[in-house]
Design a binder for this molecule. Structure first.
Ligand code: HEM
Length: 416
């Protein structure tokens, strides 16, 4: 396994997905050495060197026009804590419904998300799950994130429950939060970095297999989107400082962004009250979190748990998980090895091949989505998938393209 994950990393490395000067990572030995270096982010290879810290450029105000205002009864708040926090502080419209441009600007202003990544995420959401130009951070099928179960929102998320395990994909499950929280027992040194999160990623995947009979881990939602739900926790929520320019995510900051209140013996989720803590500093403008950065984090996660690179599902009972062969799914366009070596390619080629069928939109209506997908994967020389084998997907009772915020609890689901 070691050989194949190393080969995988090197394949991505060779494709130049790490957006840094080549001279800095010219040899495999250097790359391996970097991976061994444990920075505040953990052993993840990026950033190659600590980024600069400039408080004036990185401070995110939670005062004045940006002061926290909890959502009212007509305001939408969904499964994404980052977008909920942005709406609560008026970086996004307070009602939780925004345009593509508003998502791009707000995620950059509040967290330092690179515009390649946010454009891709927001265009996909607006076209597949919204009006074409905007969408809701909660919503229902075809209006927002909470209704996007199977095409965007997905199972085995960090703190949100699986739709058919709990009957909701939007509620935070306090048992899940507590398991994450417990991974760093010492409050004085706690840092929920990528090493902690990749451990939690593996735990959550296993937990969904063990407890959700309809667990579905799709080619786009599972392989790509669901890793973001984990990496974003450290990459965006960690507070940057001169001591920790890469960021440190302590217990109080994690609770604030996850809308958790109470002391350690009495942790409670307050729906929709995600907040920027005082004195929060986002990523430095020269160190924004981009698509190549994200893909390097997926590779880092996969080194610990190669299951994350291959789609799969439970067959209607817990612990019936098996992988879906990418070769069968893509009608031969990708072998399993090619899919694992190019997770973003496989995920986006799959989304592209399926989009007309599941959205009901025409190719011309989908043109902006295809162009966003193409530019997101521009440097990767991705192979297209001509058609998807629908019969292979039919083996997964939990596979859907739309669903939520609520849904049936599957017979045999385990809730604890
Ligand atoms: C345009 C930008 C964004 C879009 C479209 C987006 C969309 C989503 C979606 C669809 C999910 C559900 C994923 C799942 O079911 O596992 C999600 C979850 C999540 N998002 Fe976002 N997001 C965006 C920006 C951000 C930002 C800036 C943060 C910063 C903290 C963030 C943090 C998270 C986290 C931590 C989760 C997982 C929540 C949990 O289960 O505990 N997202 N987001």
């Amino acid at each position: 396994m070691k050989t194949s994950t190393a080969a995988l990393s090197l394949a991505l490395y060779a494709q130049g997905i790490y957006a840094f000067p080549r001279a800095m990572y010219d040899t495999a030995e250097h790359f391996a050495a970097l991976q061994k270096r444990a920075g505040p982010q953990g052993g993840a290879p990026l950033p190659l060197v600590p980024p600069p810290f400039d408080p004036a450029l990185q401070y995110v105000s939670n005062q004045g026009q940006y002061k926290f205002v909890p959502p009212g009864p007509l305001d939408e708040r969904g499964p994404c804590p980052g977008l909920n926090a942005l709406a609560n502080h008026n970086y996004l419209p307070h009602n939780g419904i925004a345009t593509i441009q508003q998502f791009v600007d707000a995620t950059n202003k509040g967290f330092g998300m690179s515009r390649d990544l946010s454009t891709f995420l927001a265009v996909y959401g607006a076209i597949v799950d919204g009006t074409g130009t905007g969408w809701s951070i909660r919503g229902t099928p075809h209006t927002g994130i909470s209704g996007s179960h199977g095409n965007y929102e997905t199972d085995s998320s960090p703190c949100r429950g699986d739709l058919n395990q709990w009957g909701s994909n939007t509620d935070l499950q306090i048992t899940q939060f507590k398991r994450l929280y417990a991974l760093q027992p010492n409050a004085a040194t706690a840092n929920y970095n990528l090493d902690v999160l990749r451990t939690f990623r593996t735990q959550r995947l296993t937990e969904s297999i063990n407890k959700n009979p309809y667990f579905s881990y799709g080619p786009f939602t599972g392989v790509a989107v669901s890793q973001a739900a984990f990496t974003f926790i450290y990459r965006f929520m960690a507070n940057k400082s001169s001591e920790y320019p890469e960021g440190r995510l302590d217990k109080a900051t994690l609770k604030s962004f996850m809308s958790i209140q109470g002391d350690d013996n009495n942790l409670k989720w307050v729906p929709g009250n995600e907040q920027f803590p005082d004195y929060f500093y986002k990523r430095h403008p020269t160190d924004e979190y981009s698509i190549p950065y994200f893909q390097s984090d997926i590779v880092y996660f996969a080194q610990a748990d190669p299951r994350i690179l291959i789609p799969g599902c439970n067959k209607g009972k817990v612990n019936t998980y098996s992988a879906l062969d990418p070769g069968t799914l893509s009608n031969g366009a990708y072998t399993a090895q090619q899919a694992a070596a190019n997770p973003v390619c496989f995920a986006s080629a799959f989304a592209k091949a399926e989009a007309t069928a599941f959205t009901g939109l025409s190719t011309s209506q989908l043109a902006p989505l295809f162009s966003a997908l193409d530019s997101a994967t521009g440097g990767l020389n991705c192979k297209a998938i001509g058609s998807v084998n629908q019969t292979a997907l039919a083996a997964c009772p939990g596979f859907s393209f739309y669903g939520g915020p609520n849904g049936p609890v599957a017979p045999g689901a385990i809730q604890n």
